[in-house]
Design a protein around this ligand. Sequence first.
Ligand SMILES: *Cc1c(COP(=O)(O)O)cnc(C)c1O
Length: 347
Amino acid sequence: MKGFDMEKIIDLRSDTVTKPSPKMREVISKAQVGDDVYEEDPTVNRLEKFIVEIVRMESSLFLPTATQSNLVAIISHCERGEEYITGNEAHNYKFEGGGASVLGGVQAQPIPMEIDGTLNLEKVVKNIKLDDIHFVKTKLLSLENTFAGKVLSLEYQKQAWTLCKERNLLMHLDGARVFNAAVSLRVDVKDITQYYDSVTLCMSKGLGAPAGALLCGSSAFIKKARRWRKVVGGGMRQVGILASACQLALEENISRLKEDHENAALLAKGFREIKSDDFIVEAQHTNMVFVKVNIDMALKLRDFLKKQGIIILVGLPNLEKIRFVTHLDINKQDIEKVVDCVRAFYK
Ligand SMILES: *Cc1c(COP(=O)(O)O)cnc(C)c1O
C-alpha cells in the first residue's frame, strides 16, 4: 500500500458524504440572508430564480431535503383519496417512510421496476384506475432518474410523458441525481425536465452542498407546494446560509460529475480483474458500482477495508449487493487504493 495517503478516509457509502470545500465555507460565511418564510431571503430568491433557467420551468422552491421535496410534490399534485404510480424500488416508495400516505392520505400504486430503472408503460396503463366510486383516483406518475445509477433514455421519458398527457396524468421526476443523468447522456438537463410537470433536485448528493433540495414546476404548483412545505415544517428562516452553498454547487459542480462517472468506471474495471465467486461486479452506471457478494465475506471485507481507511456500506440497498459510490471527495488515486485493498482481500 506504499504511496497512498493513509490519513485520508475514503468513504464510498454514498455521494451524500461529501464535505463543503473551503471555497463553499467562504461563500456560506458571506451569504446575505433574510426570512425565507416571508420570501425575503435574497440568496434563496436568487437560487430559486437561477434553477428555473437551468431546468426551464416556471417556478421553484427551496426545501431542506429531497425527501421533503418529493413529499410536498406528491401531496401538492394529489388530494386525499388520490394516488400516484411509482416504482416498487423507487426512493419515494421504499425509502421515504411512506410519507405521502402517512401524512397526505395519498396512496402509492407501486409497479415492479424493470432492470433498467423504467416502469413498463403497459403495466402503468393497467394500473390506472377507472373513474368509479370503488377506486382511488389515479393522478400522477412518478419516475426516478438516475435510478441505482442508471439513466433513463430521453425516448422512454418522452413515451411516458405522451402516455400521461393521453391519460390526463401529471408526471413527477424524482431527479435527486438528474444532473448525473444529463452529464451521462451528454444532454442539457432541460432536455430531460421538459417531460415533467414537477422535478425534485437534490443538492447534497454529488453536487456537494451540505443540505438542500429544489422542487421545480409551474407557478400554480409551486404556490401550493410552498403552503405544504410550511405545513410539514419545512419553512426555514435565514436559510441563505444553505442556499449560497447550493448556488455554488450548481455553478461549479455539475460538469465535474463526469469525473465521478470516470472514477466509477475505473473502479468497476479494477474490480472485474478480481476473480472470485464471492465478488461479482454488475454493470456500472454513472457514479455507482454494484457488486454481488457473499454476505459473510462482505462483512469481513468491510472490517478489513475499515482498517485501511476505506468505508463501505454492507446490507443496504440489499444483503446480496455492495454499492460503491464515487463523488467529489474521491480521486483517481483513491480508486487505485480501493482496488488494491479489495484485491488483497480476495487473494
Ligand atoms: C437521496 C435521494 C432522495 C432523498 O434525498 P435527501 O435529500 O437525502 O432527503 C430522494 N430520491 C432519490 C432518488 C435519492 O437518491
